[in-house]
Design a protein around this ligand. Sequence first.
Ligand code: AMP
Ligand code: ZN
Length: 300
Amino acid sequence: MKCTKCGDTAILELRRHNAAFCTPDFLTFFRRQVAAAVRKHRMFTRDERVLVAVSGGKDSLALWDVLIEESYQTSGLYLDLGIHDYSVESKAKCEAFAAARGVPLIVSSVAEAVGAPVPVMQKVTRRPACSGCGLSKRYLMNKAALDHGFPVVATGHNLDDEAATLLGSVMQWQTDALSRQSPALPSTHRRLARRVKPLYRLSERETAAYAFLRKIDYIVEECPFARGATSIAHKEILSRMEAVSPGAKHNFLFGFLEKARAAFERSETVRLEECERCGQVTTGTICAFCRLADEVKRSS
Ligand code: AMP
Ligand code: ZN
């Protein structure tokens, strides 16, 4: 197999692009896909400070690596979820990555903010761990952005993540979620940072290849609570489609973004208020995060 660009030996075939690349040309391809995402959705400029949410996994560390290489002003944000060894190890990966590159990393603890780590939160609320965890992550990402003066938060969601989320929303026709699914969410309130996903054009296989070729040391294990989650079933279904029809995931997601998303956009904008307790945005009087923290406090 030869590199489509230079004719050297290729290390990776990308069937959906009808291409194969050698190492340098793959790295260039990867960086260009990120640059295209940033440009097309006006995610951020070189004058803005970008908060990169890093989990210690391949996607978010690959994203941070690209943005550092491209001279963006970045800081990392690691949220310590308190999920036993998984959190200890993933935090160590983020700290080692930041130290090796001399870039700042902000660490924020969910247990400190909510009153209990994710495993305890799950027991107390008797809801799936991912629901309280997802809520806490979104809240603390925005809080860190506000506290430290970042207008925008970037996450490592890739093409596979986005296509799986889309399939999940379509399976239940969650029209609210469909209207919000986008590589770039604008700020609709002065206390809300923009949220962007610069890897949405790159598959999980490509981010894994990038992390490997750039010798990024990342945590390979998945979160123990993710096992058996429906999102994994959705990823498997889409990967089977991709195997028989290269480009299936890409067409599903990009077709939605280009042709269908507008149909779900709401005509009226949701009115956002400031939480009476913490000042972060909410549609009610007390935000969902403060209510979660209350629930945790009451039962401990
Ligand atoms: P996930 O929801 O675990 O698939 O993660 C999606 C994205 O959210 C990652 O690529 C990160 O950018 C971000 N993220 C997930 N977990 C954490 C964490 N513990 N700390 C900071 N960012 C995270
Ligand atoms: Zn609140």
